[in-house]
Every structure is written in structure tokens, then in C-alpha cells.
Design a protein around this ligand. Structure first.
Ligand SMILES: O=c1[nH]cnc2c(O)cc(-c3ccc(F)cc3)cc12
Ligand SMILES: [Mg+2]
Length: 215
């Protein structure tokens, strides 16, 4: 079986990054994707926006929709306080498998739990199966066509509380126009746009922060 791009990223990190050092893992994924092969990690430029918004929120319970290789999960885990936890949802088993190994290599496996499956199936099970009460921070970075329906599902399942922060990647490119329309006009969110660029590229992109105002 030919090696996948994600397996090549994993191999580069294992051979070059410092084991147990999350920032070294993040830096080496960026190095590989800047120099060798583009991949859809949030990247270093948007990663700094993620870090800033995450730190401002200082969350205890974090949900990520779209793990991919685990780059943003590792970025967030290194900023998380003791006793906090990150649940990250990935629909592709081959991506989850690579993410698991990168998360373990980075040494953040105690804070991060990878949930394999579809978001629309997993979100409704978070309270019962994963003992989640409510989420403080949600990083939305999966399929743009699911941003809005998954946001509405989070509301419906009672997983958001007043002040819960949604941060969505790629709202300009590939684009999530219906999500922007929903969070900006529903009356349930205070929104902030953070212009940036597509990872490892000069294409324009942006992230959108949407703070839930409560029911
Ligand atoms: O599909 C995506 N999921 C999550 N994040 C993405 C992301 O950050 C970038 C892109 C992407 C960007 C440029 C391009 F030419 C083709 C795909 C896709 C996803
Ligand atoms: Mg993205």
C-alpha cells in the first residue's frame, strides 16, 4: 500500500521533531507542509489567531470538529490548563490513525480524546456517552457544508452556554457563507472576523469567532 501524505507528515515529525514537545511537533508539521507538501492543517498564521482566541477563552471543555492530523488539537492541548479536556471528532479512520500517533508523540494524549465518526452522530451522544455537560470552546474545521447544521445541533443538544465560543476556520476559502449568514443574523451570537490566509499559501481566508449569547 503506497504511503499517504498524512503518513509522510507523521514520518517526518517522528524523524525530526522532539518527542514530548508539542511546539516542536507543530513547527515540524509546518516545516514539512511549507517545504514539501501542502496539507490542510490550520497552519502557523491562522494558528496564532487560534492560540489568541483560545487563550482569551481559557476553556475547560473543548470540542474540535475535524481532527485531520491533529495539528490544531496539539496546538490547543499545549495551552490547556490542568484538568481540562479536548474532544476531537474525525470521520476518516486513516486521518484519526495518524492524528493519534502525532498526539501521542507530542505527549498530549492525556488531554486529548479522538472520537471517530460523523459529527452529526457524535454531537448528540456527547452528554450521555462522553459525560460532557457543556462546551466552552468549539474549533470548527471540518467540512464547510456541515458548519451550520452542526452549530444548530450543538444548540439543540444544549451543549452551548452563555459565553461559549465557536471559532470557525476557512470562512472565506473554501468558504462557509451559510455559516457566516447564520451566526451573524440569528441573534444568538456576537461575531468577530479575523482576516488571514489559507495555510501555507497567499490565498485570502479568514476565521470567524461567534460567542453564544445564551438561549
Ligand atoms: O476541507 C477542509 N477542511 C478543513 N480545513 C480546510 C482548510 O483549512 C483548507 C482547505 C483547502 C484550502 C485550499 C484549497 F485549494 C483546497 C482546500 C480545505 C479544508
Ligand atoms: Mg481548515
Amino acid at each position: 500500500m503506497a504511503q499517504s501524505k498524512e503518513q509522510r507528515i507523521l514520518e517526518f515529525v517522528k524523524e525530526n521533531a522532539a518527542k514530548g514537545d508539542p511546539q516542536s511537533v507543530v513547527d515540524h508539521i509546518d516545516k514539512y507542509c511549507n517545504q514539501k507538501e501542502w496539507a490542510m492543517n490550520v497552519g502557523d498564521e491562522k494558528g496564532l489567531i487560534l492560540d489568541k482566541v483560545f487563550t482569551e477563552t481559557n476553556p475547560t471543555t473543548v470540542l474540535e470538529l475535524g481532527t485531520y492530523c491533529g495539528y490544531s488539537a496539539i496546538r490547543m492541548a499545549q495551552l490547556m490548563k490542568q484538568g481540562s479536556r479536548l474532544l476531537t471528532v474525525e470521520s476518516k479512520p486513516e486521518h484519526a490513525a495518524v492524528a493519534k500517533q502525532l498526539i501521542e508523540f507530542a505527549g498530549v494524549q492525556d488531554k486529548v480524546q479522538i472520537l471517530e465518526g460523523a459529527t452529526e452522530t457524535i454531537i448528540p451522544s456527547l452528554k450521555t456517552k462522553y459525560e460532557v455537560d457543556q462546551v466552552d470552546f468549539v474549533f470548527i474545521d471540518h467540512f464547510k457544508n456541515f458548519y451550520t447544521s452542526d452549530t444548530k445541533l450543538l444548540e439543540k443538544c444544549g451543549l452551548l452556554k452563555k459565553g461559549s465560543v465557536l471559532l470557525a476556520d476557512n470562512v472565506v476559502y473554501p468558504g462557509a457563507p451559510d455559516f457566516l449568514e447564520y451566526v451573524r443574523t440569528s441573534g444568538h451570537y456576537d461575531c468577530t472576523n479575523y482576516p488571514s490566509h489559507v495555510e501555507y499559501s497567499d490565498k485570502l481566508d479568514a476565521m470567524e469567532k461567534a460567542v453564544f449569547k445564551g438561549n
